[in-house]
Design a protein around this ligand. Structure first.
Ligand code: UTP
Length: 229
């Protein structure tokens, strides 16, 4: 299988720790050992937000802030690459064509953000579409897509299965709300709808959740599939 995994910065680098990076790198190693090819997209996390906040205080415009965020996602990618048991010959690719070529040649690619005005949620969906992935996984800080923010409302209900159209509808509603609780953003949702790639949103705070989702098809989260299953 060809799998794209979007690892949120909030779960890869909740705080910067070698152990955590090694845990995720170990998961990637095992997926490769099981014969899958894998594209990884890494987020920025708290560190990116801290940099962006300070730069915003200095008066940087939003595009400059996005470039700073992208730089942090690339640094996080480099750290993960160091932990993976594969000799990468280059820095993380900056575009999908290069990523596809690396994936075809080496069976594994790790990248961060690519362009201002979006997040790595969209990069994950675009990479999955570009490489005709069989499965797209979002390892986030929430175990699926909920009707409300489960961190604020303990009675929020999780959707176990959604069609891509339903996902777009739910995320559109959430993006209108302050503090937007969407685990996957609208652009990513639209790309998922367009490509029709089976997508799973799971809690990535335990990296082994990603492993069971890929190797055993077992997970607790939300699956987005054309038939809603
Ligand atoms: P993230 O994808 O980590 O954003 O990229 P996020 O959604 O704020 O983080 P999580 O999911 O909560 O961890 C970090 C920042 O990098 C910029 C954006 O500013 C984003 O907020 N970025 C990232 C881009 O501008 N373009 C990209 O393609 C990726």
């Amino acid at each position: 299988m060809r799998i794209v995994i979007s690892i949120g910065g909030s779960v890869l680098v909740p705080g910067l720790s070698k152990d955590r990076i090694e845990e995720y790198a170990g998961v990637v190693d095992q997926i490769i050992e099981n014969g899958h090819s894998v594209g990884i997209v890494v987020g920025g996390g708290r560190i990116a937000r801290d940099y962006i906040e300070i730069a915003r205080d200095f008066g940087s415009n939003e595009s400059e802030l996005d470039q700073m965020g992208i730089a942090i996602t690339r640094v996080n990618s480099q750290l993960l690459m160091l932990g993976i048991n594969h000799k990468f010959g280059q820095l993380p690719p900056k575009d999908y064509e290069s990523a596809k070529q690396i994936l075809q040649q080496e069976g594994v690619v790790v990248m961060g953000g690519v362009a201002p005005g979006q997040t790595t949620d969209a990069v994950g969906a675009a990479l999955a579409e570009y490489t005709d992935a069989d499965l797209l996984i979002y390892a986030t800080s929430v175990d699926g897509v909920y009707d409300e923010d489960p961190k604020l409302n303990p009675n929020a209900t999780r959707f176990d299965e959604l069609t891509p159209g339903e996902l777009v509808e739910i995320i559109s509603g959430m993006e209108m709300v302050a503090g937007n609780p969407a685990p996957v953003d609208l652009l990513a949702s639209k790309l998922i709808e367009r490509s029709g790639i089976k997508t799973v949103v799971i809690d990535g705070s335990n990296p082994t959740n990603v492993l069971s989702a890929v190797l055993e098809g077992e997970y607790s989260g939300t699956v987005i599939n054309s038939d809603g299953k």
